[in-house]
Design a protein around this ligand. Structure first.
Ligand code: DX5
Ligand code: ZN
Length: 224
């Protein structure tokens, strides 16, 4: 598979999300950060806004739920037509049931880990999901500095994914830019969230293509 870029609209103009999404036609997905001021110290957008976005774009929607009790709320995002729904393992009460429910609703299911959460505790959940998201900043805000300390976990996660024999994507989220994306691709990531790097660029769509090209140049042979 190829490298995928999924720009986060967290740092886009919330008064014109339709226009902001239209700026990134080359994106593989649109990453939407849902925060509830409980799981993370920030409040962003929720289901009604995602439903509204669904009506104005055919781009794949990549929902990142940074919320408490995703067991209760996540299925509604799949119902709303999101192609991918990510819940945090630190917040889910019954992650196996939730992953299966999301898939049954026709969405890809993904599990997310904060920077200090070890993948080893969640190995048995890997075959139940379509994507593993490793946060490379503490979740809550865009524009933070990339945490290199996550790279060893990324390498271990790629090995664990390989061992399943399944095609499971590994997504990196936080501080991804032209300066950091190569390291992530080398360590085994194949899906890259980029918020400020894309939306602060003069030409956001050109930045999407540049990031994808850089990732491809650094990709592990078995992943590319
Ligand atoms: C942070 C969010 C990220 C964020 C990324 O909690 O999950 O998706 O928007 O923004 P950058 O790319 O600026 O770090
Ligand atoms: Zn995110």
């Amino acid at each position: 598979m190829g490298m995928k870029i999924t720009p986060s609209i967290l740092n886009a103009d919330f008064a014109d999300l339709r226009g902001e999404i239209a700026k990134i036609p080359s994106a593989d997905m649109v990453h939407i950060d849902v925060m509830d001021n409980h799981f993370v110290p920030n409040l962003t957008i929720g289901l009604p806004v995602v439903e509204a976005i669904r009506t104005v774009t055919t781009q794949e929607l990549d929902i990142h739920l940074m919320i408490a009790d995703p067991d209760r709320w996540a299925p509604a995002y799949a119902d709303a037509g999101a192609e991918s729904v990510t819940f945090h393992v630190e917040a889910a009460g019954a992650p196996v049931r939730l992953a299966r429910e999301l898939r049954a609703l026709g969405s890809r299911a993904a599990m997310a880990l904060k920077p200090a959460t070890a993948i080893e505790a969640w190995v048995d959940l890997i075959p139940e999901v379509d994507m593993v998201l490793l946060m490379t900043v503490e979740p809550g805000f865009g524009g933070q500095k990339f945490l290199d300390m996550v790279l060893p976990k990324l390498r271990r996660t790629r090995e664990l994914v390989k061992a399943t024999g399944q095609e499971i994507w590994i997504q990196i989220d936080g501080g991804v830019s032209v300066d950091t994306i190569g390291r992530c691709a080398e360590a085994g990531a194949d899906v890259f969230v980029a918020g400020s790097a894309v939306y602060r660029a003069d030409d956001p769509d050109a930045m999407v293509r540049e990031l994808r090209e850089l990732a491809a140049q650094h990709a592990q042979p078995s992943v590319e």
